[in-house]
Design a protein around this ligand. Structure first.
Ligand SMILES: N[C@@H](CCC(=O)N[C@@H](CS)C(=O)NCC(=O)O)C(=O)O
Length: 204
């Protein structure tokens, strides 16, 4: 299992998932600061020239949500996803794509100070996105099926970013939920791996 990675990027989420799964993996650095993501060899892996990407013995998958769904299904015994045919499956997939389809566009719109147009934009707007997250987190300790899944990994990680940018307040239900997700031992292991990689790769 090869993870195409650079420190302090969305590739951290896949690193964290691999630590959750406790499976062997190899980190392949792609220096996005030097433009290595644009080299033909990497564009063959992800035509978007973005990290993360994963190569599982020749099965290549790019984009965080797709990789995390792939990993959850590849190792079903680890219980990090929701299998097809189960009652949780629908909501699991919905929350897996929510970050890329709704949360990130709405946050970008907000950060750029653009005029929201909830009806005409596929992600709605920040108010709808925030309301959807809030109601889901007020309903239960986890997003899906009363247990931790990679959907929580993504949302917890996104909240960590939103807190750091002061785009969301560290108040209930967000603070308690983020503390639960970021309190996972696998998160701490992934942070340690990232720090080690930063030293090796000379990233500050
Ligand atoms: N939708 C992608 C976004 C990935 C992404 O934005 N990756 C950034 C690093 S966090 C990147 O590779 N940037 C390099 C570039 O755009 O050239 C995902 O979630 O995996």
């Amino acid at each position: 299992m090869k993870l195409y990675y650079w420190p302090k990027t969305r590739a951290f989420r896949v690193l964290w998932a691999l630590e959750e799964l406790e499976v062997p993996y190899e980190i392949v650095p792609v220096n996005i600061r030097l433009g290595e993501q644009h080299q033909p060899v990497y564009r063959a892996i992800n035509p978007m020239g973005k990290i993360p990407a994963l190569d599982d013995d020749g099965i290549v998958v790019a984009d965080t949500a797709a990789i995390l769904i792939y990993l959850a299904e590849r190792f079903p015994e680890k219980g990090l996803g929701a299998a097809p045919g189960t009652p949780e499956r629908g909501r699991f997939l919905q929350w897996m794509v929510f970050n890329g389809t709704c949360l990130e566009p709405a946050v970008t719109e907000k950060m750029l100070g653009l005029e929201p147009q909830a009806l005409g934009r596929s992600w709605g707007d920040w108010s709808r996105v925030e309301g959807a997250m809030r109601s889901a987190l007020e309903a239960g300790p986890w997003l899906v099926g009363g247990r931790y899944t990679v959907a929580d990994l993504v949302l917890g990680s996104a909240l960590d970013f939103l807190f750091s940018m002061k785009l969301i307040e560290k108040t209930p239900p967000y603070d308690e939920y983020a503390a639960r997700v970021l309190g996972r031992p696998a998160y701490r292991r992934a942070v340690a791996v990232q720090q080690e990689q930063m030293k090796i790769l000379g990233v500050t």
